[in-house]
Structures are given as structure tokens and as C-alpha cells.
Design a protein around this ligand. Structure first.
Ligand SMILES: [Zn+2]
Length: 182
């Protein structure tokens, strides 16, 4: 097990676009293992490499008993949206908010051995694929909310116990919420 610290909102790494993976080597396989272990420990439904301070286009997911990872993802989204679905993020501990997302998504990319992979998902899986791919572009779920909802979310962020504590070494226990952390 190699559980890493999860970076919190306010850490600049979460706003930095990640670089495509070029070398499908032993280091990459270790990164996938670290992401998987850290996500399962949190526990979360998804985790992107920037959330553990690594600027590479890699994420892991654990949705509906499907555990996996994707490298250099490219997304194709349905036009129809789920406007009201609640979404959380491991970099915003204990908080979840309605966040509009496409209902269906197809993600194409690679596995850690460099083999092409296609993941198709709807509902939570589609939401996860969009949320994690956004992390690789430095985009956070608050950016996807409508302005009114974002204002409420930022108020909750400012009032959260972890607010302003974006030091890389800080970790928190997951709080009981109805939301799903990604
Ligand atoms: Zn997240």
C-alpha cells in the first residue's frame, strides 16, 4: 500500500493542467497503484493524479464495483444533461453540491501497459469520467456549477474546517455525507 496525501482546494497543483503520459513504464504503474490505494482508502469514487501532486494525465475510478484507471483520456459526451445530481470531490472534503454533467460519456485512452481502452458510462460513471478528466485540465467541479450554486458552494468552502489548510501534508478523515467524493 502506498497511500498518498490528497491535495486540497487552494493547492495550485489542482489548477495546473497535467501533461500527457509518454512513457508507459514502471513509474507509471506505481502511480496507478498509489492512486488506486489512496482512492480506496479515502474512500472515493475517483481520483486524478494532480490530487496527489502528480502532473500527469492519469486517473482511477471505482464506480458500481468497476475498479480501473485511464491514461490520456479523450471524452465524448451526450448532449442531454443531469442538472441536479450531487457531486463531491476528495479535494473538498465533506462537501457535495448539485453539478450539471452529461448523462452519458465515452472515454478513450490507454491502460498502464499502453493498450487502448474505451470506457462507456452513464449516470455516476459518466459523472466520474467528466469530473476526473476535468482534474487533468485544472478544472474543478465548482467551475461546472451555475453561478448561484457556485456562490453557495464557495461559502461552504470558506466555512469548512479545512479551508485555507491546503498544505500537502494535511489529511482528513472522510465525513459522512450523502454525496460522492471523486
Ligand atoms: Zn475531484
Amino acid at each position: 500500500m502506498a497511500i498518498q496525501s490528497i491535495r486540497l482546494f487552494g493547492d495550485p497543483v489542482l489548477r495546473t493542467p497535467a501533461a500527457p503520459v509518454v512513457d508507459f513504464d514502471k513509474e507509471l504503474r506505481k502511480l496507478v497503484k498509489d492512486l488506486t490505494d489512496t482512492m480506496m482508502d479515502a474512500p472515493g469514487a475517483g481520483l486524478a493524479a494532480p490530487q496527489i501532486g502528480v502532473g500527469l494525465r492519469v486517473f482511477t475510478y471505482y464506480v458500481d464495483d468497476r475498479l480501473g484507471h485511464l491514461i490520456n483520456p479523450d471524452l465524448d459526451l451526450s448532449a442531454d444533461l443531469d442538472e441536479e445530481g450531487e457531486e463531491g470531490c476528495l479535494s473538498f472534503p465533506g462537501l457535495s453540491f448539485p453539478t450539471p454533467r452529461a448523462i452519458r460519456a465515452v472515454a478513450k485512452g490507454f491502460d498502464m501497459h499502453g493498450e487502448p481502452v474505451t470506457i462507456e458510462g452513464s449516470d455516476l460513471m459518466a459523472r466520474c469520467l467528466q469530473h476526473e478528466t476535468d482534474h487533468l485540465d485544472g478544472i474543478l467541479f465548482i467551475d461546472r456549477m451555475d453561478p448561484k450554486q457556485r456562490k453557495l458552494a464557495m461559502k461552504a468552502v470558506r466555512e469548512a474546517e479545512w479551508s485555507g489548510l491546503a498544505a500537502p501534508t494535511v489529511r482528513f478523515s472522510p465525513h459522512a455525507t450523502g454525496g460522492r467524493a471523486l
